[in-house]
Design a protein around this ligand. Structure first.
Ligand code: ADP
Length: 489
């Protein structure tokens, strides 16, 4: 198969209790290729009745001997087997992700798919290492702790890294011995369904991983409300995160939220300008800016602003929107018409509020199709009050601001309701660490951007959410601690 060849894609059905099923309503919806605006296939539109079936299947599977009595080391081996099977199909998964989401296939293969496989391997290794403590208590008692699974976990994920977001939740949840109901984003259901197929073929017992495709207000909300679901792990917008937290309160579910961002990328006057220019363009244009950690606010010291912006414009011109199935493409389309319209709306607002449009700001056509492409867009002379400096745009739109000293940069950097990520570029090790300590964000990068690793915790400060995914920290999300007392008297 040539690199740009498309795949034959089957209609997506629900995966519940180890079986492929239609939605109880019989309804389906189209999933669209954002590079062409053409329909790829139909996906089952799951609703409350389907979530109910999935919740009962998951509960039964969770409590069954085949899961409860499976020793932890064998659970680990199952996760390794899932990772191996994903690796065998990695090229195909990358193309599927690209067709469903629009991201450049090279990035899908080298980042999304590779990191998803890595995530399963990493948590496979943890499965038999989730141990407890013996606590020295007074009196003739033995007190020890067990770290038990939470039970049935609902994972609600976004469309920007479809398989990777599924892996970040499913892999640690399974390693800890939970059952999972995965609700992919309605824009990008396909790789989640393939993950279920792969996991099932690798030997995961029926009902331990279920996938209910559908819309947020139906399938998603039903999952949050269902009394048999013990926990919700959500990645998505801050607005929906707030709704989920409120609704989960009715059944007092555990909730972890990974939400939006408006991350400051700060370039101090002593920075290596060329490296920072490379970093700043990648920070905003990677994944077409559709990353919750996108470096969407570039804060440059006023003394280097002109040189920096000149180099940045040259660099940004290299991000040419193109066919995402072409391995040379570095900038794909936005995921949907809705997102494109939203981003174009922000660009208009930026212009109306006095932002200085330095490049881009317009739609482009690729291969003569009506795909959702927007040129790399950079606004100069942005002030903190402008909407494009405050709200998460989720597109290839960069707002450039200046500052006169580091205190001012940190103040501007922190003046946001978000706190997901931040970066600082400097050759001064003291300033680098002072900035890292003072920036209120869950991840801080120094002289680099967008690094992530399965072993390193990830999550937000402030309204970017709470709970830490990845690393050993994710084990806390998917276990609960039981204290056991034994009378030795
Ligand atoms: P975005 O704005 O990036 O599309 P959303 O936060 O709307 O992100 O969506 C992220 C995920 O949350 C998707 O899977 C979506 O279907 C789901 N979702 C949206 N609204 C709700 C809701 N009210 N309850 C539960 N899930 C929802």
């Amino acid at each position: 198969m040539s690199d740009t060849a498309t795949l034959e894609i089957q209609p997506g059905r629900l995966f519940i209790g180890g079986e492929w099923q239609d939605a109880a309503s019989g309804r389906t919806f189209d999933t669209i290729n954002p590079a062409t605006a053409e329909t790829l296939t139909q996906v089952a539109e799951g609703g409350a009745a389907d979530v109910d079936r999935a919740a009962h299947a998951a509960r039964e599977a969770f409590e069954s001997d085949s899961w409860q009595k499976l020793d932890a080391r064998k659970r680990g081996r199952l996760l390794y087997a899932i990772a191996d099977a994903m690796e065998e199909r990695a090229d195909e998964l990358a193309r599927l992700e690209t067709m469903d989401n629009g991201k450049p296939v090279r990035e899908a293969r080298m980042i999304d798919i590779k990191e998803s496989i890595d995530c399963f391997r990493y948590y496979a290794g943890w499965a038999d290492k989730i141990d407890g403590d013996v606590i020295p208590v007074p009196g003739p008692y033995l007190n020890y702790t067990r770290r038990e699974p939470v039970g049935v976990c609902g994972a609600i994920i976004p469309w920007n890294y479809p398989l990777q977001m599924a892996a970040w939740k499913v892999a640690p949840a399974l390693a800890c011995g939970n059952a999972v109901i995965l609700k992919p984003a309605e824009q990008t259901s396909l790789t989640a369904l393939e993950l279920a197929r792969i996991a099932s073929s690798a030997g995961l017992p029926a009902g331990i991983l279920n996938v209910v495709t559908g819309f947020g207000e139906d399938a998603g909300a039903a999952l949050v409300a269902h009394p048999q679901v013990d926990k919700i792990a959500f990645t998505g917008s801050t607005a929906v995160g707030k709704i989920i937290q409120r609704q989960a309160a009715d059944t007092l579910k555990r909730v972890s939220l990974e939400l939006g961002g408006k991350s400051p990328n700060i370039v101090l006057e002593d920075a290596d300008v060329d490296a920072a220019v490379r970093g700043a363009s990648m920070a905003i244009f990677y994944n077409t800016g559709q990353a919750c950690t996108a470096g969407s606010r570039l804060l440059v010291h006023e003394s280097i602003r002109d040189e920096f912006v000149e180099k940045l414009l040259k660099r940004a011109a290299g991000f040419v929107p193109g066919d995402p199935l072409d391995p040379k493409t570095r900038l794909g389309p936005l995921v949907s018409q809705e997102q494109m319209d939203r981003v174009m709306g922000y660009i208009e607002q930026g212009k109306n509020e006095g932002g200085n449009l330095l490049m881009g700001g317009d739609r482009v056509e690729v291969n003569g199709k009506a795909g959702y492409f927007i040129n790399p867009t950079i606004f100069g002379d942005v002030t903190s009050r402008m909407t494009i400096a405050c709200e998460e745009i989720f597109g290839p739109v960069l707002a450039v601001q200046t500052f006169s000293d580091m205190d001012e940069a940190l103040e501007i950097g922190n003046s946001t309701e978000y706190g997901l990520a931040a970066a600082v570029w400097t050759k001064d090790v003291r300033k680098a660490h002072v900035a890292a300590h003072r920036l209120r964000a869950g991840t801080v990068w120094i002289n680099t951007y967008h690094n992530l690793d399965t072993a390193s915790p990830f999550g937000g400060y402030k309204q970017s959410g709470y709970g830490r995914e990845l690393g050993r920290h994710a084990l806390d999300l998917y276990t609960q601690v039981k204290s056991v007392w034994v009378n030795l008297g």
